[in-house]
Design a protein around this ligand. Structure first.
Ligand code: FEO
Length: 403
């Protein structure tokens, strides 16, 4: 736990949760996470931006004490989700005269999620400012940069942008600022995949707005603070663009080896055509499905195609593949080509059910579905080679869309 000055009169309360292995029960967080709150001191007033996860209220309150603020005039809530608002009830017991400040969207959700009365809030709108004496905080709404209520705050004298969930990462570290490490960029991409990717169009507009604003620091609600904002802004411009890499993601499940054989043949043939392949075994370990599916979402941020390979179980796609497909559907991946290949015992409706489970992905071209009864024959494996060749050709035809 740390309290650290990040700019003139601005302090970060950085609550570390390195042991957290999963977020929202869907997102693997192998580097843990942090819950970042901020204190901004003006000449006459002080504001606290966000709180911390309720499991860390004691640590959070200890850090508030260490910020050396006798009075908190404003408690600003940028987003209702409990990892940022959960310590508010205890905080308000210590600072009962503080004014809670939030947009209407936040206030309404706080009523239902934390049972805090709407009358407790001072409601702000887009562009409203709060004066702290010699500096002010300006509110910028960023709906669906996770939830409908997410909000940013900008402090113009130091050009510090408090970005809520936007530009965050689940990455616990003793370094408060992002270094140029590959690992931090990978963590930011993983976070983008499962938090921001479903709202890619809106997130792109917010990123363009932030580029125009040209902050010197982006102080996020999770993970390291960006003191070279261009690093994360460039990444977001790429991840929210239409551009893709010459990569095919192959999530597969195999009960008796037939689907594994198909996946292997497909991957080898794609690779022989100059396509990168990311293959993930969704049934690798008894408890690995959520983790493997989360990794697939990261792979899909810039992939040109995804081909699921899975057997039929009781007429439909194998439940492990079904889970991963439905997650992909929820995350609204931009992948231009989607395919399904599988094997079945005596009958299948896997193709129709897979199409229904991925119905959000309307822009994607559907590749022909191949379903084989039992162990694929040599002739059928040759058909998979042709399928791979045709997919590789389609990917190369993407032309300017390729990175
Ligand atoms: Fe970090 Fe959407 O809460």
């Amino acid at each position: 736990m740390a309290v650290q000055a990040i700019n003139d009169g601005i302090f970060c309360i950085d609550i570390q949760h390195p042991d957290r292995k999963m977020f929202d029960c869907i997102m693997p967080t192998e580097h843990g996470t942090t819950y970042n709150a901020y204190v901004v001191k003006g000449q006459t007033k002080s504001a606290l931006i966000d709180t911390a996860d309720p499991d860390f209220t004691k640590e959070f309150m200890d850090c508030v004490d260490r910020c050396d603020v006798k009075v908190i005039d404003y408690v600003i809530i940028l987003h209702t989700e409990q990892d940022h608002s959960g310590s508010l009830p205890v905080l308000m017991k210590k600072f009962p005269n503080a004014q809670i400040v939030a947009t209407e969207a936040v206030a309404k959700l706080m009523v239902t999620h934390l049972h805090i009365g709407i009358e407790k809030f001072h409601i702000v709108s887009e562009g409203d400012q709060i004066d702290l004496g010699g500096r002010s905080l300006t509110f910028i709404k960023i709906p669906f940069a996770h939830w409908p209520d997410n909000t940013m705050v900008y402090e113009s004298t130091t050009r510090t942008l408090f970005s809520s969930d936007l530009f965050g990462s689940h990455y616990a570290s003793d370094k408060i600022f992002a270094t140029n490490s590959h690992e931090i960029k990978v963590a930011a991409r993983a976070y983008f995949a499962e938090i921001m990717m479903p709202f890619s169009a809106q997130v792109r507009k917010y990123t363009e707005k932030v580029i125009e604003l040209a902050p010197s620091i982006i102080a996020t609600a999770h993970g390291p603070i960006w003191n070279q904002p261009s690093v994360i802004l460039q990444k977001y411009m790429r991840w929210t663009s239409d551009q893709v890499e010459k990569t095919v993601v192959v999530p597969f499940v195999s009960m008796h080896g037939s689907s594994a054989l198909i996946a292997e043949r497909l991957c080898l043939q794609l690779a022989s055509k100059g396509i990168s392949v990311l293959s993930r075994n969704l049934g690798k370990k008894p408890d690995s499905l959520v983790v493997q599916s989360g990794l697939v979402m990261r792979d899909l941020v810039t992939a040109a195609a995804v081909v699921f390979v899975m057997p039929t179980v009781l007429g439909g796609p194998h439940p492990a593949g079904a889970y991963c497909s439905m997650l992909m559907n929820a995350m609204r991946v931009k992948t231009p080509f989607i395919g399904l290949i599988g094997s079945y015992g005596w009958g299948t409706r896997a193709s129709e059910i897979f199409a229904e489970m991925t119905s959000n992905l309307k822009k994607a071209e559907r590749l022909p579905s191949l379903q084989y009864e039992g162990l694929p024959t040599e002739e059928q494996l040759v058909e998979i080679d042709r399928y791979a060749d045709e997919l590789a050709a389609k990917i190369f035809q993407l032309g300017d869309r390729l990175i």
